[in-house]
Design a protein around this ligand. Structure first.
Ligand code: BGC
Length: 800
């Protein structure tokens, strides 16, 4: 790794699928894994191309049950490119002798480069340098070039360039028993001697995808006139080009592909548009120039300079790079959410979870228009959420735990434990806390942007509808005179029911209850913030009366929170009665117990019995809220809360968490910053390598973990820089960390671009670009007013 580059040396087939995920190129509209051009899906290669919002549903019979899943479709492979000498074999790194192999992801410009030299059985040595882009600027365009050099041979060479629509979903081994055919071929065509065309359609959702590819060859920048012929079969089309090559000379092949879909805006028909673009497109270098230019601008906004004792800068950039590739300007208005595993693989089927909570803090302060669009994805599914609430006998809107195309619940009904081969029920859809996460996200977007229009028209309606849902979820416990929530699952997915009960769900998950109280408090507040006429409109439309509002106030003050002895918040009611887990014994018995649920199920046991969590649950509260905020929430609820409460809870749950989700370490790093700097830093470093080193042993090849990636950046801005968006001001209050030398970033806050630098025990804040409005910035413990053009420097207080 060096200076914006991720470099892989040597051909290591067993590492290939991980490299593919890390080297995925995308533009927020479409993405293609960093697979080899010359290979199809096999043991070591998985060329996958995904479209934002590209879902398809399919039914399968498994374990005597017919289930339906909505999958993230693998669309036609546009990479297909290979060569062979006239009397030789097609390029295959598994069969050829690989003399040299280097693969570099150039993040600064969004280019994937492969450089390799191979020797075939007849001793012919060939060097190839390939460059690939998924254009950030011209989002329908993707392309690659090969610089081809026969080193010690001359003669006829044949290149094969194709489009392959006969692809299935095959990226996740655990899903292999499920229906994986999502495409049906519609049409292939040879447009002319250098262009081909393919059109497919998803089988159920009927999304049409059209690809038009132009392949040209050049020698010393002069276009060649190769002998060309073509091959078409159902779902596949390719062209072969034959030229004479001379040893030592360089030949350039350019393959440019235009991709359109029936989901696109401003089109007549996908196929027509793809053909039009391929007719108009210039040389690869022009495409590359525009693409690079777009990247320079993106980094100008998204970059974060970070100097510490390790070499963590590049990993942070890798994470920023993948966020910017998954959602971008090209995603805006496209009716897409942000998939937990990026556009990088098929795990979790492209679904949208609560991971937005971890991703939006990065976007809010750099690309707020993208957050707005992602929040609109939720708004567009408000009716479906209303329907779900009604079906469940509830009021308001109940958003799904896993969301896909139309906002119905997409959580799988049963899932495979790869350790035991058993299909087991998946009850994690009971994570109703997703609704509160949506409210939290709307509120924090609003704080960062002051986007009153959004709040008035869309945000408020979602918040009030969710508050109404919680109103119908709570049960008043007369004895306690407190409100309770039953039959839910908290963020810790290891506990979905009581060990002695067949009924699914748990009672009074502390995180869910506190978040419901938070929603109530926010809903009441929102009504004072939005336009009066809109308030009246919304109250009328949603049928809300003073009685509802009075009840919300009461719920906001009387939610029940279970406690164990000594200020320990009980994860859910009854958690205290569970058995302690034999941690030492299991750590000795198994190499890896991150996924303890799978380990135990294969022993015919269940984590439901034990005090063992997959990920932060109670501790999420200290992640989402500052000490003052959480203190105020608890005070309003009438519970005692001291500074020590946080420390004691961290210590209690730290020992009982397996970090089976990459999100967990993000939370631990953050909450430990002010209590145990060393452990906080260790967790941060683990988050940084989560995907790069695939610490869960095989999950990254199935897609990156975008929540953890974005979470790592938020740890730097919120944790190490102490940047907090609050109601009264944007606070900058960095904790003192020895290992940290410098952080420099640019953020967008309420229509200003603000540059913040921390180095040499000083903090510098510059208002570089923006509008006339003044804003409050809190530095350490004082609020100051800033306006455009101002720059101020502050020395870190000794015990900041
Ligand atoms: C985690 C969830 C997360 C999901 C998608 C699961 O393993 O438990 O919290 O939302 O992955 O990232």
């Amino acid at each position: 790794m060096s200076n914006f580059n991720i470099e892989y040396k040597g051909w290591k087939p067993e590492e290939q699928k991980l490299r593919e995920a890390i080297c995925t190129l995308g533009n927020g509209y479409i993405a293609t894994r960093g697979a080899a051009e010359e290979n199809k899906n096999d043991k070591f290669n998985y060329p996958g191309t995904y479209l934002a919002g590209g879902f398809n549903r399919a039914k399968t019979k498994v374990s005597d049950k017919t289930i339906e899943n909505e999958d993230f479709v693998n669309f036609p492979n546009w990479l297909c490119l290979s060569f062979r000498p006239e009397d030789g074999e097609w390029l295959d790194l598994e069969k050829f002798k690989v003399l040299h192999y280097n693969q570099t992801l150039e993040m600064k410009v969004g280019v994937l480069t492969r450089e390799f030299r191979v020797q075939d059985k007849k001793g012919r040595r060939t060097a190839i340098k390939s460059h690939r882009i998924v254009s950030m600027r011209d989002h329908h365009m993707v392309g690659l070039t090969w610089i081809f050099q026969p080193e010690n041979w001359s003669g006829k060479v044949i290149f094969n360039s194709g489009l392959d629509g006969n692809v299935t979903n095959n990226n996740v081994e655990r899903y292999k028993e499920l229906e994986n055919r999502h495409l049906e071929p519609l049409e292939t065509e040879v447009i002319n001697e250098h262009s081909i065309f393919l059109r497919v359609q998803t089988r159920q959702s009927k999304i049409t995808v059209a690809q038009a590819a132009r392949t040209k060859l050049y020698h010393e920048d002069r276009e060649l006139n190769p002998l060309s012929n073509s091959n078409q079969s159902e779902g596949q089309v390719c062209q072969e080009f034959q030229i004479n090559v001379k040893a030592g000379e360089e030949y350039t092949l350019e393959k440019i592909v235009a991709i359109y879909t029936s989901r696109d805006e401003a089109i007549s028909e996908a196929g027509l548009e793809a053909k039009k673009d391929i007719r108009r497109v210039e040389r690869f270098k022009q495409l590359l120039f525009r693409h690079t230019d777009a990247y320079i601008r993106l980094w100008h906004r998204g970059d974060l300079e970070f100097e510490d004792e390790g070499n963590n800068q590049d990993l942070l950039r890798l994470h920023i790079f993948h966020i910017m590739q998954t959602v971008s300007k090209n995603s805006i208005g496209r009716d897409v959410g942000v998939p937990a595993r990026g556009l990088h693989g098929e795990a979790y089927r492209g679904h949208v979870f609560w991971d937005e909570l971890y991703i939006f803090p990065f976007l809010n302060l750099r690309f707020p228009d993208i957050t707005r669009s992602l929040l609109m994805y939720r708004y567009e599914r408000l009716d479906e959420a209303r329907h779900a609430a009604k079906e469940d006998g509830k009021k308001g809107a109940m958003f799904p735990w896993q969301s896909g195309s139309n906002g119905r619940e997409e959580s799988q009904e049963i899932h495979l434990n790869p350790n035991s081969g058993n299909w087991i029920p998946d009850n994690t859809h009971l994570q109703r806390h997703i609704n509160s996460a949506i409210v939290y996200n709307i509120w924090n977007y609003y704080l960062a942007t002051d986007d009153q229009q959004f709040m008035d028209f869309f945000g408020a309606e979602m918040i009030l509808s969710i508050a109404l849902f919680w109103e119908s979820m709570v049960i008043h416990n007369e004895t306690r005179d407190r409100f309770e929530i039953h039959h839910v699952v908290g963020p810790d997915e290891y506990h979905t029911n009581y060990p002695d009960s067949d009924e699914i769900g748990l009672n009074n998950n502390a995180y869910t209850n506190v978040m419901a109280a938070y929603v109530m408090q926010k809903a009441i507040k929102i009504l004072d913030i939005i336009e009066k006429s809109r308030k009246k409109e919304l109250l009328d439309e949603l049928g809300l009366t003073d009685k509802n509002l009075a009840l919300w106030r009461e719920i906001g003050q009387k939610m029940y929170i279970p406690f164990l002895e000594g200020e320990i918040i009980e994860q859910f009611e009854g958690y205290g009665d569970l058995e302690e887990f034999a941690w030492d014994e299991y750590r000795e018995k198994y190499e890896d117990i991150q996924r303890l649920d799978r380990v135990l199920e294969s022993e015919d046991d269940t984590p439901n019995k034990y005090k063992a969590s997959k990920q932060a649950d109670v501790l999420m509260l200290f992640y989402l809220f500052s000490k003052n905020e959480i203190q105020s929430i608890f005070e309003k609820l009438g519970y005692e809360f001291t500074e020590q409460t946080i420390g004691k809870n961290i210590e209690y749950y730290r020992k009982r968490t397996t970090h089976g989700s990459t999100l967990s370490r993000v939370v631990f790093s953050w909450i430990l910053i002010r209590y145990d700097k060393k452990r906080s830093w260790e967790n941060f470093k683990t988050v940084l390598v989560s995907d790069f080193k695939d610490i869960q042993g095989g999950t990254t090849p199935e897609g990156i973990h975008l929540g953890a990636m974005a979470g790592s950046v938020d740890l730097v801005q919120r944790g190490f820089l102490g940047l907090e968006v609050c109601e009264d001001a944007l606070w900058v209050n960095p904790p003192r960390l020895k290992s940290l030398k410098k952080i420099k970033l640019k953020i967008k806050y309420r229509r200003h671009w603000i540059s913040i630098l921390i180095s040499d025990q000083k903090v510098k804040i510059s208002f570089e670009e923006g509008h006339g409005n003044k804003v409050n910035i809190g530095v350490f413990d004082k609020i100051l007013e800033f306006e455009l053009g101002q720059e101020k420097e502050f020395s870190l207080p000794p015990d900041a």
